[in-house]
Design a protein around this ligand. Structure first.
Ligand SMILES: *Cc1c(COP(=O)(O)O)cnc(C)c1O
Ligand SMILES: [Zn+2]
Length: 411
């Protein structure tokens, strides 16, 4: 098990022991960060030791995770998502090298499985009866799927407007689903009320500090998979900010223990219609102002980011930037990413590469630089958005003349 030395509140600095309180700072209600015995991790996670470890799940990074590898975890294969090198996507976006890490290939189809892995393990260790989550969709489907794998009851609060694919996953996995007649920001607040009233285990990555610890494994993997061949930039779409903060922390840890010799710059990409973090970053601020969120990229349709401190600090510490991508640009990249790489991402997942294009146009990323984009969710989760980005052919009778006509028309 990773040796957690202590936790520290990002808001008031209060130190706390790793005491099984999986919530916010008891002094001020702020979000806490988790610290480890890095010397022990340095000894355990050498390049040789990692290469010799046959476990492909995120448990291979157990010395940097707040869970007991001997304890109960989901049997689902969370971890080791592939990285593809795509010269055609690099040319399409205008950079020297483009790498795609496909987290849509994780068990429930999104990056969120990394956090839920740790959340479910900790909930089991704590003997929790119910795990609750507020979500735009993927955090919910993830904890529903991983919960189902170990028989843990899951209660979910999502906006009633969540894409059908995600709601279908939730209901199929057997979670108790509350479809809330409100946007994500209000749904989140309501879920916190319910958690306080009913005493459920809270899967919110902005309250429970251990969830971001799971998200770190994306950074651990990028470091281990690329070693001396790291990209200049890692680009990720950002809603609440937990994912980019976690990925950066994973990279920084791997740097701290000597596995890699530098940390890439982080490019945080927000949808132009939901971009309070870009605004705060550009203003040099530490906190965000709530805005009315309006983007079709539902997973990042967040007007009140819940983890602004971690999200802003991570990008600043890396020497990176925040940029915005318009909905039109995001929509265009659904087929463009798929056609150049074979990786089908949901709108929030292709937002990362749409933002790279934006950053190249703005001169933030140079034409010779290398970029890794994290594709954070599978395109099949939101088929309606994908269909809005492609030309749908008219049905034809099964006649060769019809095929010939089409081939000629499109020659
Ligand atoms: C949750 C999510 C994000 C953003 O993660 P945050 O921690 O909210 O910033 C991006 N893409 C997808 C597909 C997601 O589900
Ligand atoms: Zn505090």
């Amino acid at each position: 098990m990773g040796t957690v030395t202590h936790l520290e509140c990002l808001a008031c600095g209060a130190r706390s022991e790793p005491d099984g309180h999986d919530g916010a700072c008891v002094v001020c209600g702020g979000i806490r960060d988790v610290f480890y015995d890095l010397d022990a991790a340095r000894e355990a996670l050498t390049r040789d030791a990692l290469a010799a470890n046959p476990d492909r799940t995120v448990l291979r990074y157990a010395p940097l995770l707040p869970i007991d590898p001997e304890g109960r975890v989901t049997p689902l294969a969370v971890g080791s998502s592939p990285i593809y090198d795509s010269p055609r996507a690099a040319a399409a976006v205008g950079v020297g090298r483009l790498l795609v890490k496909d987290d849509g290939s994780l068990p429930t189809g999104s990056f969120k499985d990394r956090a839920s892995y740790v959340g479910v393990a900790r909930a089991l260790a704590a003997g929790a009866d119910v795990v609750a989550a507020a979500s735009t969709g993927n955090a919910a489907t993830s904890v529903a799927g991983l919960g189902a794998s170990v028989g843990l009851p899951i209660h979910i609060f999502v906006p009633a407007t969540a894409p059908e694919g995600k709601v279908a996953q939730l209901l199929t996995y057997g979670a108790r689903v509350f479809l809330i007649e409100a946007d994500y920001d209000a749904t989140y607040d309501f879920c916190q009320e319910a958690v306080a009233k009913f005493g459920w285990y809270n899967r919110s990555a902005a309250v429970n500090p251990y969830l971001v610890e799971g998200k770190k494994t994306c950074g651990h993997e990028i470091a281990e998979q690329l070693l001396d061949d790291l990209p200049d930039w890692v680009a990720m779409s950002v809603g609440d900010g937990c994912s980019i903060a976690g990925t950066h922390k994973g990279l920084a840890e791997m740097h701290a223990i000597g596995l890699i010799d530098r940390v890439p710059k982080m490019l945080g990409v927000q949808a132009a219609g939901a971009a309070p973090l870009t605004k705060a970053f550009d203003a040099g601020a530490e906190s965000v102002e709530r805005m009315v969120a309006n983007t079709f990229a539902d997973s990042i349709n967040v007007g009140m980011p819940r983890n602004p401190t971690k999200a802003l600090r991570a990008v600043r510490a890396s020497g990176g930037r925040y940029v915005n991508a318009t909905d039109d640009r995001i929509r265009a990249w659904i087929p463009k990413l798929a056609r150049n790489t074979g990786v089908f991402g949901e709108p929030a997942a292709v937002t990362a590469i749409a933002g790279v294009e934006e950053a190249v146009a703005a001169g933030i990323i140079g034409p010779d630089e290398s970029v890794l984009v994290v594709v954070s969710g599978n395109g099949l989760k939101d088929v309606r958005s994908a269909m809005s980005a492609v030309d749908v052919p008219k049905p034809i009778p099964p006649k060769l003349s019809e095929v010939e006509r089409r081939l000629e028309a499109e020659a």
